[in-house]
Design a protein around this ligand. Structure first.
Ligand code: ZN
Length: 501
């Protein structure tokens, strides 16, 4: 048994190395690669991906898993070995259901569509991208149908990013959240908007960058096992547990952009850096779901980074960094500015309160498109109507309407948006549990101290990687199922102090 287990582990390690090499090529592509490298780079990444897929779907893997079934049953459920076998089996059973030729078609269609979209969005041209999106929907449906027996056609797609979740569970949670959220949004946006002009002065990048670095070092992001570079779209990427990188972008006329995206990505990265080293190189060595991952980025960005206590410590330091811009701006004014709530067109620029309405709308559209109830040709109009109903404003064009997010134009419709709102819900649920266990967390944040919070997250969430599914993890950590209540309590408390609710 030992020898077979070791053989499986070695095979998985090789696959992990191929995927990590592909990730490094991707990182380079978006940071330092000269434009001339693009055509070959796309091919190189695809070749590594293909090799990894072939190695993973090799029948030998299935045979080894079968032979190790009784060994797995003899182990404790949450031991490293049993978890490794359980998660590998789940991944394997999913992977072999999809033919390699279909994966290749999906990737090549995704690359073409993405390329068309990068030109269509600035040109406000939905017509050109429409046939591509129709094919994407067709492929997404075909993909789901490789997993017959689903309750809803979106379920297999949702399961890819939020394992174990279904359209029906997400729908139920979102309906509860919506009911509570809409009156809060209404109450806030009927009051005078916060003045955020203090964030829109000139803030040189040369000072913005080190300030953000100082903050995330204090959070616990380890620069000896990571680094930060610039890209168009900030992200976090891992090559091994000893090398988890983040990227950011700065706008010199908008202080919030670089700062909060830095805090956000550091949250993703600390999760990955915090995974137990014993899991290195195995399928367990990453965050367990898109919702739980997003809960970590949102915790550090919003629950910590947009809290009043945090700025009691950091605002004097920010004023020292930008004396001309902020000397005469009070902490109160600054705090209100970074927590401005408004009905706006763009999801990625949205505040904590209205953000979820953007996500829920996209999630509903995904279900309707997959169900065949919403045709791609009708998407622009459906977007305008729904947006008007939810936000009271209509996007003037498709550029800031249904063309704004890359997700659908990156190759798949379904399962790509729910993680953002699940993340918001979970961030509050985990944070509330942490503060209950360690009431000193909030006073420490006021001192620029994050060690207790970081340790709690590492101990309860980070270290496990994919050992537990999101549902198991929430139960284990909070003692109950996923719930919107802590998130609503958080919003009502925080925004109740800023606005009349
Ligand atoms: Zn994120």
């Amino acid at each position: 048994m030992e020898a077979k287990f070791q053989e499986l582990k070695n095979r998985l390690l090789e696959i992990n190395d191929l995927n990590s090499a592909a990730a490094l090529l991707t990182w380079d592509q978006t940071t330092y690669m000269p434009p001339g490298g693009a055509p070959a780079r796309g091919r190189q990444i695809a070749t590594l991906g293909k090799l990894a897929h072939e190695k993973f779907t090799d029948p030998t893997i299935g045979k080894l898993l079968d032979e190790l079934t009784s060994y797995e049953k003899s182990l404790l459920y949450d031991s490293d070995e049993a978890s490794f076998l359980r998660v590998t089996r789940r991944d394997y059973e999913k992977a072999v259901k999809v033919p390699a030729a279909f994966i290749a078609e999906l990737f090549s269609h995704a690359a073409k569509t993405y390329d068309i979209w990068t030109k269509a969005r600035p040109a406000n041209d939905f017509t050109t991208v429409r046939p591509y999106l129709e094919k994407t929907l067709d492929l997404s449906r075909k993909y789901a149908n490789f997993y017959p027996g689903y309750e809803h056609i979106a379920d297999p797609l949702i399961d890819d990013s939020d394992e174990g979740m279904k359209a029906s569970t997400v729908k139920k949670l979102f309906a509860q959240l919506r009911e509570q959220l809409v009156p809060i949004v209404k109450a806030i946006t009927s009051q005078p908007a916060a003045d955020d002009s203090c964030l829109k002065k000139n803030y040189p990048e040369a000072q913005q960058w080190p300030f953000g670095v100082e903050v995330i070092k204090r959070f616990g992001y380890d620069f000896s096992r990571g680094r930060q570079d610039k890209t168009h779209h900030p992200y976090c990427i891992k090559f091994s547990l000893g090398d988890v990188r983040i990227t950011t972008r700065f706008k010199e006329n908008d202080l919030g952009e670089g700062l909060f995206s830095t805090l956000h990505e550091s949250g993703h990265a600390m999760y990955e850096q915090g995974i137990c080293m014993d899991l290195e190189g195995t399928p367990l060595a990453r965050g367990t779901s898109s919702g739980v991952h997003e809960s970590q980025s949102r915790s550090w960005e919003n629950l910590v980074g947009r809290s009043r206590g945090f700025w009691e410590f950091f605002y004097p330091k920010l004023q020292q960094t930008f004396p001309q811009q902020l000397r005469s701006v009070s902490l109160d004014t600054f705090y209100r500015a970074i927590n401005k709530v408004e009905r706006s067109l763009i999801r990625t620029d949205a505040d904590e309160v209205t953000y979820n309405l953007h996500v829920m709308m996209r999630f509903d559209f995904e279900l309707q498109m997959l169900e065949g109830k919403l045709a791609i040709k009708d998407l622009p109009e459906a977007w305008r109507e729904r947006f008007k109903a939810d936000f009271g404003i209509a996007p003037p064009d498709d550029k800031d309407g249904c063309l704004q997010d890359v997700h659908w134009y990156g190759g798949v419709i379904g399962g790509v948006f729910q993680g953002y709102t699940l993340g918001n819900i979970l961030s509050a649920q985990f944070f509330e549990t942490a503060v209950k266990a360690h009431p000193e967390i909030k006073p420490q944040i006021k001192q620029g101290e994050f060690a207790t919070l970081y340790r709690w997250l590492k101990e309860n969430i980070y270290q496990h990687g994919r050992k537990y599914t999101a549902t198991e993890l929430v139960q284990k950590v909070t003692g109950g199922p996923m719930s919107i209540e802590p998130y609503i309590r958080y919003l009502k408390t925080k925004y109740g102090e800023l606005y009349k609710l």
